[in-house]
Design a protein. Structure first.
Length: 303
């Protein structure tokens, strides 16, 4: 092949495309064939680019399935209930006669009772737990309506090893129930309390439930509420307790458990096995899993 032929064979595709039709017809047969081949190549390239663009735009089967699962999950979550369960002694209460200086956010409720002479007098309800004395409510008990439990319109109940002291609106049980009912938008039962052996319980308020059995009492409340259509999945059950070890038990049924009053412990009772000031507002968090004070300290939660 001569040098001119070599030069022609090296002509670019762009040059082929820029040739006028009469120029192509004037060229030898082999040049015309090259021009047509270049046209075909360019057309194929354009079609390929278009196909890639279309493929990248069209959603894949996997992405469609993922979107459907996300929608289903959001629907199920929005239609699922939740429940917050609290211990009483040193969780919803603080040590008797403790002061707000010692335990920030705590306060004793003051009620008006008969003085026996036709009048009334101010009185603080009695708390029979541990050393006994006048009732002091923890920061959380005084601010239940500021917790996620209230904001998410969860059922709110009690699982306590104690008795909750006395019945009546002016007594500890009545004072606790009034606050739970308000925060739960009326989803804390009718004020009646059940013992641990009442199955199903008559309300989400259970007293005298031994510490090793609290997870079973919690489950009985969840089962009772679900039997009434509450639709509460296990991972939407949140349990809060100051007593060392109780929150850990919640893993048995996939519930969430959290130890509270971690920064204030009553060292006069079994080397600090229970809290002193009760639950703080910042301890009531919507977090999945089980956490005790040791773990929270390792995570610098209180820093």
């Amino acid at each position: 092949m001569d040098e001119a032929g070599d030069a022609e064979s090296l002509m670019s595709v762009q040059e082929f495309l820029e040739e006028e039709p009469f120029q192509a017809r004037a060229q030898p047969a082999r040049t015309t064939l090259r021009w047509r081949a270049a046209q075909a190549l360019a057309t194929t390239a354009v079609m390929a680019v278009g196909a890639v663009a279309l493929w990248s735009w069209a959603p894949s089967a996997n992405s469609v399935a993922t979107e459907k699962l996300q929608v289903i999950g959001e629907y199920q979550e929005s239609n699922s209930g939740c429940v917050c369960l609290f211990d009483v002694d040193r969780t919803l209460t603080a040590r008797q006669e403790s002061t707000p200086d010692e335990c920030p956010g705590t306060k004793s409720p003051v009620v008006q009772v008969s003085d026996g002479h036709g009048g009334t007098k101010s009185q603080i309800p009695f708390d029979s737990a541990y050393g006994t004395g006048p009732l002091v409510l923890s920061e959380v008990a005084n601010n239940l309506d500021k917790t996620f439990c209230s904001k998410d319109r969860c059922h709110i109940g009690i699982v306590t090893a104690g008795t909750g002291s006395l019945d009546g609106p002016d007594e500890e049980r009545g004072q606790l129930f009034a606050r739970l009912s308000k925060a739960s938008h009326g989803q804390s039962g009718d004020g009646q309390w059940s013992g641990p052996d009442v199955d199903p319980p008559i309300s989400p308020l259970i007293f005298s439930c031994p510490d090793p059995k609290k997870v079973e009492c919690a489950k009985s409340i969840v089962d009772m509420l679900n039997g009434k259509g509450a639709n509460i999945p296990a991972d939407n059950v949140y349990f809060f307790d100051d007593h060392r070890g109780n929150a850990d038990e919640m893993y048995k049924y996939g519930f969430n458990g959290r130890e509270v009053s971690c920064l204030s412990r009553d060292m006069d009772i079994d080397d600090g096995i229970v809290g002193l000031c009760g639950a703080r507002l910042n301890e009531i968090v919507k977090e999945k899993g089980v956490k005790n004070c040791w773990q929270l300290d390792r995570e610098d939660f209180y820093q």
